[in-house]
Design a protein around this ligand. Structure first.
Ligand code: PLP
Length: 365
């Protein structure tokens, strides 16, 4: 009989990097499985030997892109028509900010602990005359004002691993754009149940896809309020109509104009692998290990930042940047966060108690 533990042991065996290192930084970039590397090599070889000029290549590319969209949609409990393929979380956030076409007199509310990948597009909104205001992450909903047209918040904070007060934000009047960089693949995510209008996520983190993949979910109820910022031919309903062409009605209108074919097959191979292991088991393992890490760090006198049952654990550590280097020398991959003496460890379904032990052993007493 195969148990959940066997399945996760098989999953872990798929990742060469975790055989060598205590790889605890999927919050930056997830580990890559052999199945994905093999799929990329096979794709590269096919293109090298058979060329990329014919209809079979294009049809196969399209089929893989459809599978990727369907895989992202399944994770998000959405339909493929509601999901755009992007190159990153930042890309998805930018596309929505541009599509909303806000201006002077409009306000965007965001939190004081968002990632620079979100602050960047918001800075550009300021330059367009939009007022952008911040409030504390945990009490963001109380800061909503009459002028607030949009709230931008992380589903899960990249700093602490805490959830945003999503129910209160979703119940409020303004549109809600969730940054799902630390959500999708890390925690169960049902975008309709969350009550958001938009969800921008990363492919390269908890879904272990390549850099340059991501997704953007758009609630159908808001699609009509959006202007497609910069359509390419695959975003058009009728690409042959020249200057009379109109954008597609579904979320594909917001797809990035092109993605690498090898990148797509990598991302699809990872989604297939995770689906075969089962997301419930993956989440349970990752969250249990994170809780164990919290308990053991506290036992060693560390102050852990307030968090929820997610994949991230952040704690205060004197000289955090230097400690990151020292841990790497000991084969432990974590990160420090800018501006604060804190370290962050990321636990996935591929992680094990041995990884945690290696981390604890390598920390200063
Ligand atoms: C919460 C959060 N938002 C946005 C980003 C930027 O992600 P991307 O590189 O996919 O744009 C990150 C990256 O770490 C993140 O943690």
């Amino acid at each position: 009989m195969t148990t959940g533990n066997d399945t996760l042991a098989e999953l872990r065996a798929q990742f060469p990097v975790v055989q060598r290192l205590a790889y605890l930084n999927a919050g930056t970039n997830g580990p890559i499985a052999t199945a994905a590397a093999d799929a990329v090599a096979a794709q590269q070889q096919r293109e090298t030997e058979e060329g990329r000029g014919g209809m079979p290549f294009f049809l196969a590319y399209q089929e893989q892109a459809d599978r990727l969209r369907a895989g992202y949609a399944a994770y998000l409990h959405a339909t493929p028509e509601e999901v755009a393929l992007t190159t990153s979380t930042t890309d998805g956030v930018s596309r929505i900010l541009l599509a909303l076409n806000l201006g002077a007199g409009d306000e965007i509310l965001t939190s004081d602990e968002e990632h620079p990948g979100v602050y960047g597009p918001l800075v550009a909104q300021r330059a367009r005359g939009v007022s952008v205001r911040t409030a504390p992450f945990a009490s963001l909903a109380e800061a909503i004002a009459p002028a607030t047209k949009l709230v931008v918040a992380s589903h899960v904070s990249w700093r602490s691993g805490a959830y945003a007060p999503i129910a209160a934000l979703a119940a409020a009047e303004p549109l809600l754009l969730l940054d799902g960089a630390q959500g999708v693949g890390a925690v169960p995510t049902d975008v309709h149940a969350l009550g958001a209008d938009f969800y921008a996520g990363a492919g390269q983190k908890w879904l272990c896809g390549p850099t340059g993949t991501g997704m953007l979910w758009i609630h159908p109820r808001v699609r009509e309020r959006l202007a497609v910022p910069s359509p390419g031919y695959l975003n058009l309903a009728d690409a042959g109509a020249g200057l009379d062409a109109v954008p597609r009605e579904d979320a594909q209108a917001f797809d990035t104009p092109s993605l690498s074919s090898t990148g797509i097959v990598h991302a699809v191979a990872m989604l297939d692998l995770f689906a075969a292991s089962g997301w419930d088991a993956i989440h349970a393992r990752a969250h249990d290990l994170a809780e164990l890490a919290v308990a053991q760090l506290r036992e060693r006198g560390r102050e852990v930042l307030a968090r929820d049952r997610t994949t991230l654990v952040t704690w205060r550590e004197a000289g955090a940047p230097e400690q990151t280097e020292k841990l790497l020398e000991a084969g432990v991959v974590v990160r420090h966060l800018p501006d604060e003496d804190v370290l962050r460890a990321s636990f996935g379904g591929w992680s094990s108690e041995q990884d945690l032990e290696r981390l604890l052993d390598a920390l200063p007493a």
